[in-house]
Design a protein around this ligand. Structure first.
Ligand SMILES: [Mn+2]
Length: 321
């Protein structure tokens, strides 16, 4: 039998860019996975010969700022319009997370690890959507597939993005591939104590020195669930006790304002990384039902609940379908 040659990216057809420089763009309210993902994916596409630029739909949050500064990476330019542009999406595939004029752009590819979204394209596209803990895990595998090298500073930031999305491997979204890729990235980056770097990063993330409105919006996503529109925010903290009763009250006020903007319910999940659980804040017509479905106790504590994607959104979607 003839030997089957190992398949690699060298054999795939090139992406055709009709509109000049291709933008690599993460989701709204960008997190570390989406901003570092855009930078890392741009490195990959550049390595394959494309003229690309990483951009973001907003300024980096404190955790991302920490990562970019620590490894000397530039914060991507903020871009909120993609009309007439070729684009790659990183870390999302739904219209709600995309720029408002998304449909006037030309979608060339998607790298994501969320449930399938509702974007569509006008021509065949490159899609890498895997059920792993972080988009950066996929981007590392893509570098290997296409034979593109990862510079040390980008490898360091990618490692941080995976630790961020998987809560240092504590989130139930973590897969063995995430752990393997982090080991490989640590080797490229020369990082020895992965855990210590992760904790340093989460300390930066726990920065609550911002307005209640900015805190609610830091990692906030809207979901259509049956006939309901439910906004769900999450703050990942070293300790949920950092949120004082006064701040909690101010956050609930902001949540009520967000509800008045046309949502049925607004949820804020205060995740305690060390206690491995989350405190639930919820305002809206279905608040009692939401608390029940998510298994919150009388003090609204949800033991073992760390992941919005895996432990919050699916049960609510099922309830309100
Ligand atoms: Mn992600």
């Amino acid at each position: 039998m003839a030997k089957v040659e190992k398949f690699s990216g060298a054999y795939t057809a090139p992406i055709t860019s009709k509109n000049g420089q291709i933008l690599v763009i993460g989701h709204k309210n960008p997190d570390t996975d989406s901003i570092v993902g855009a930078i890392a994916a741009a490195n990959l596409y550049k390595g394959r010969g494309y003229d690309v630029k990483p951009v973001a739909q907003g300024e980096p949050a404190p955790e991302t700022q920490f990562v970019l500064e620590k490894f000397g990476l530039e914060s991507p330019e903020v871009v909120t319009s993609v009309a007439g542009k070729d684009i790659f999406l990183v870390d999302y595939a739904d219209l709600k997370q995309a720029p408002a004029d998304f449909s006037e752009g030309n979608l060339c590819g998607i790298i994501d690890h969320h449930k399938m979204g509702d974007v569509s394209s006008n021509s065949p596209l490159e899609c890498w959507i895997w059920p792993v803990g972080s988009s950066n895990t996929i981007i590392k595998v893509m570098h290997d597939f296409y034979g593109v090298e990862i510079p040390r500073e980008i490898a360091s930031a990618m490692l941080c993005a995976i630790l961020s999305d998987t809560l240092i491997f504590n989130s139930p979204t973590t897969t063995p591939l995430d752990q393997k890729v982090v080991k490989e990235l640590a080797e490229i980056a020369g990082i020895e104590d992965i855990e210590a770097l992760g904790m340093e990063m989460f300390k930066a993330k726990s920065n609550l020195d911002a307005s209640p409105k900015a805190l609610l919006n830091r990692d906030f996503k809207d979901f259509e669930m049956g006939s309901k529109k439910i906004g769900i925010g999450q703050l990942e903290l070293i300790s949920e006790e950092m949120v004082t009763p006064e701040l909690k009250q101010a956050l609930v006020e902001e949540m009520n304002k967000a509800k008045a903007e046309g949502r049925d319910d607004v949820v804020l999940v205060l995740t305690d990384i060390l206690k491995k659980g989350s405190r639930l804040l919820v305002v809206g017509d279905d608040s009692a039902e939401i608390a029940k479905v998510l298994g919150a106790d009388s003090e609204m504590w949800m033991d073992g609940v760390l992941s919005r994607k895996k432990q919050i959104v699916p049960p609510l979607q099922k309830q309100f379908a």
